[in-house]
Design a protein around this ligand. Sequence first.
Ligand code: UD1
Length: 307
Amino acid sequence: MHFIVTGGAGFIGSHLTEQLLSDGHYVTVVDNLSTGSLQNLPEHPHLKVLIKDISKCQPQDFNEQIDGLAHLAATPSVTQSWLQPLKAHHNNLSATIAVIQLCQSLNIPRLVFASSAAVYGNPTQLPISENQQTYPISPYGLQKLVCEQYAKLFAKQLGFSFVGLRLFNVFGPRQQPNSPYSGVISIFVNAMQQGLPITIYGDGTQTRDFIYVKDVANGFTKALTTHLKSGSSLICNLGNGKNTSLVELVDILKTCFPKHQLATNFMPARPGDIQHSQADISNASSILNFKPQWSLKSGLEFFVEVP
Ligand code: UD1
């Protein structure tokens, strides 16, 4: 099959591209390289890379029959969405509408969208199921939610099938550690490798559902290839299904890497931080046959060995 992966040179998109290629598929990556890098991608005879903003793509950019599109290109930052809401709106929401139009003009039968647990805001119950009320507390979360709603509407109208995957806390190789708003694991691993202290905001009892990036790539692959009815829409959480506190995370890092020093500072909790998060993944497991293969520990061990 031939798939388009938008944001395919980025953290999650590049792992998805690798998995699709290793499963024998053809892939066209579309990426404007604003945060992604060509170094994240392998050289492969079945891989084409189009360096372009997805919202500027035309149907004639693609010559082949496309069997599915995974849309991961975005400004994936809550902070940026507060600082530059119009720009984030363009990159997150308007770009998704451009993708939907591309699905229409190229007759693409499946759209899979990288949504976020941010659509829930403060969870009212754990684990969080897809039926839980959505109440985004950032422009980013709101943009992801409205993207899902646009895609659902157009899936029904145009007859393609849509899967929105609500990602929890993804970690693994190629996640950028160098912003204060990067994922906590990339920041901690980077500090550990450089012998620098880490900072825990709050008392460290807050929990997150950490999912290894290769499991996320696998979830996307299943969402692209599982048979679904034309015009149907499916929303699935994509997490590990377990929650781990930051204190437990630090303990796991210490056992995995006994030779590294890990000095820990505590600072006041970040404003707007949620206390607990854990995905109910029964939708993904029953409909997409998704099962996480990596624990936090096995993912961390592999991650730190991979350069
Ligand atoms: C994550 C997403 C965010 C999304 C949200 C949805 C990332 C980077 N962010 O935010 O886009 O809206 O899920 O629920 O994936 N922390 C420290 N020390 C650090 C860095 C972080 O203690 O150096 C703490 C944070 O205060 C937080 C926890 O670690 O309590 C997790 O932080 P982070 O990785 O940024 O993810 P979320 O806040 O869950």
